[in-house]
Ligand binder design. Sequence first.
Ligand code: SF4
Length: 285
Amino acid sequence: MKKVFLCSISNVTSGACKEDCAYCTQSLKYHTNVKIYKNKPKEEVLKEAKILAKFGASGFCLVTSGLGLDSKKCEYVASLASYIKAELPQMLLIACCGQADKDSLRYLKENGIDSYNHNLESAKSNFANICTTHSFESRVETCQNVLSVGLKLCSGGIFGLGENMDQRIELLKSLKELNPHSSPINFFIPNPALPIKEKVLNRDEALECIILAREMLRDSILMLAGGREVVFGDNQKEIFDYGIDAVVLGNYLTTDGDTPNKDLLMLQKYNLKIGHLIQDRQCSA
Ligand code: SF4
């Protein structure tokens, strides 16, 4: 029976980002109605992690908005990590806090973070079309820092940002060079406030992206994150048939996902078993 891993996300600092990523509702430039708050209380974050763990999530990602990890943010995320790890030692803890240097990443690792998520987002040749405030190279550099301090690297991207097929392959080639432990792929969800005016990918095109990603990222845990429900609705069997290993349980950063119960019933219907990210896939970064 094929195993599927369940990951979950807590947006611990949300919105008010000065960057201009054209796909992101957390950028101040696009005046969306996304919630703005800083440093969610640790008790609240732990409660979320415990609820999701009961539903079978074995990965929990602490996400902060903004360009990167300054010392205050690093201290806060590290304190969350050690607090959660003490209560849920079997949970794979991921941090997703933007650009990060090696010292900050080492500090997170020492405090219980197992993996760091930093997506390349789109092909290098498309990057200037989706972001002008930081570079593709800076994203690659953070991913290399993650690997060099011995954290597991989680890195993927978004399809449907106006890129062509060659650029999809280009993105996947860049990811393959990094050989991430896990790779989240997302499908862009249109929002009238955002400058990207692409329609959501249709089912066939999205499946094509999954097939391509599976073929090129053979050793990575391939996760389908944002856009799963919007593109595939209640008929998601094919995503697993074509190689998706993991999904996000519960809500995404700024959009709602299916309820955990609905997802669990779906996995049962498709005869899929819930795997455990640490116990079943203890592979090196
Ligand atoms: S840096 Fe992160 S939070 Fe800020 S706009 Fe870009 S994707 Fe959004």
